[in-house]
Ligand binder design. Structure first.
Ligand code: UD1
Ligand code: MG
Length: 446
């Protein structure tokens, strides 16, 4: 049975106080919209329709970047959640299957919860609503049950004092066949306190049409919606807490878990050890037994087994660190491969470079990759030794087994096993220091 997802993301999110639509504010570096859509990805939907409104061009751009298969439809005026869903009517006209409606600002629904809704829908119900029992139900829509059957949903603004006593609330997520969804919402009016077309009206319409409605429940934490920067920060905490727990459960040691920050796609193999204050940006993979020492920042990189990174290392996109290699303190790499056992232990910039197996990059070595217009590559062969404070002016190569003397500026390729000296020759003038001091002292006395 095919499945479509409709994600409501047209609201401005006034309380964010932002020029950016709320759904594009990031959690763990990725727009919350994509966190909201992530749990549905596990159900392998055939179609994904995002309803955008406020700053729709920005939403469209972000979708192209992160989720090119998603479609976007525009809700010009935000007349309510039913009106928002109705904007997907045309896009789904030829779709025959079930639809799950999600909110773009609700990023923590678990895939298992959506699966349970889909199962309930296919087993016994025409309309399935996701309910939960919040500690404080104040502003949520209430699920009105009679004889164990869901009769209707009443928004807090429209509820009677008795209805406000109900603890079971509406998360906003619903599941329904495409045909029933659009048939039923076309009958929903806007005669309520807010004058909006409420999607919640679908339950009453379904019951009037003799269809069956059911409730699946989940934990309150799953339904957490984000409306303000403070709630965004809280969402980051929830995401990071889960990511840390998942990493530890998978055999990763986090010395101070609360100081390590993950991206949604961070992949750490077992026995990786992460010291305090480490940030993983998007696209990081780390092999078994590697160590990431304190205060390191990694993104878009692969780190091989048993490698040691940091403390204070920065691995930028395109870095590939081989098995047992070392990237030490205040070393930055970008678009650079360090093959197995290579070492860059101190104070270096390695950009657009390939460092061969077992090569040693001395303290302060810089690959001069940028000439102000173009980027160029540096190649260092296996087992080569680059003396401290050398500048490798790209494009340039130092072949296997070669040695570059400390302080060299290397502008020409160095052949295999050669010694390159690219610096002024030293001249020792006997006794000159003493004569210099005497002259200065005399000038001071005068
Ligand atoms: C909604 C539910 C309420 C539920 C609560 C859970 C309705 C009528 N009410 O209320 O029962 O308890 O969520 O958080 O559905 N949106 C659009 N276009 C619109 C209106 C809204 O895209 O015209 C989007 C918003 O951007 C948001 C989502 O739909 O992502 C929910 O809208 P919101 O205004 O937050 O609904 P609530 O009042 O919270
Ligand atoms: Mg809301």
């Amino acid at each position: 049975m095919p499945l479509a997802i409709v994600v409501l993301a047209a609201g401005r999110g006034t309380r964010m106080v932002s020029s950016k639509p709320k759904v594009l504010h990031p959690i763990a570096g990725l727009p919350m919209l994509f966190h909201a859509m992530q749990p549905a990805a596990g159900l392998d939907p055939d179609r994904c329709v995002v309803v955008a409104g406020f700053a729709a061009e920005q939403v469209s751009q972000a979708l192209q970047e992160h989720m090119p298969h998603a479609e976007i439809v525009i809700q010009k005026e935000q007349l309510g959640t039913a009106h928002a869903v109705d904007q997907a009517r045309g896009a789904l006209a030829d779709f025959d299957g079930d639809v799950i409606v999600l909110f773009g600002d609700t990023p923590f629904i678990r895939p298992e919860t959506l699966q349970a809704m889909l199962d309930a829908r296919r087993a016994a119900a025409d309309v399935v609503v996701l309910g939960f029992e919040p500690a404080d139900p104040a502003r949520y829509g209430r699920l009105v049950l009679e004889g164990g059957r869901l009769q209707r949903i009443v928004e807090a603004k429209d509820a009677s004092p008795q209805e406000l006593q109900i603890g079971l609330c509406n998360s906003g997520v619903i599941c329904c066949s495409r045909k029933n969804l659009f048939d039923l919402i076309s009958r929903i009016g806007c005669g309520n306190a807010a004058g909006e077309y409420y999607l919640t009206g679908i339950v009453e319409q379904a019951n009037d049409a003799g269809l069956a409605c059911a409730v699946v429940t989940c934990a309150e934490e799953e339904t957490l919606g984000i409306n303000s920067r403070a709630e965004l920060a809280r969402a980051e905490v929830i995401f990071q807490t889960r990511a840390r727990q998942a990493a530890m459960a998978a055999g990763v040691t986090l010395v101070a878990p609360e100081t390590v920050f993950f991206a949604p796609d961070t992949r750490l193999e077992r026995d990786v050890l992460v010291e305090p204050n480490v940030v993983f940006g998007p696209g990081v993979q780390i092999g078994e037994g590697a160590v990431v020492r304190a205060f390191s920042h990694l993104e878009g990189c692969q780190v091989g087994r048993e490698a040691v990174i940091g403390p204070y290392a920065r691995l930028r996109p395109g870095s590939a660190i081989g098995e047992g290699a070392k990237v030490g303190n205040f070393v930055e790499t970008k678009n650079a491969t360090l093959e197995a056992g290579a070492k860059a232990n101190h104070l270096s910039y390695l950009g657009d470079a390939r460092i061969g197996a077992g090569a040693n990059i001395g303290a302060g070595t810089i690959t001069c990759n940028y000439d102000g217009v173009m980027k160029h590559r540096t190649a260092v062969g296996a087992g080569a030794f680059i003396g401290s404070n050398s500048a490798l002016v790209a494009p340039v190569s130092v072949a296997a087994g070669a040695i570059v003397a400390a302080g060299s500026v290397v502008t020409r390729d160095v052949p295999e096993d050669a010694l390159a000296l690219g610096r002024a020759e030293q001249d020792n003038k006997a006794g000159a220091a003493e004569r210099l001091r005497a002259r200065k002292a005399a000038a001071q006395d005068a």
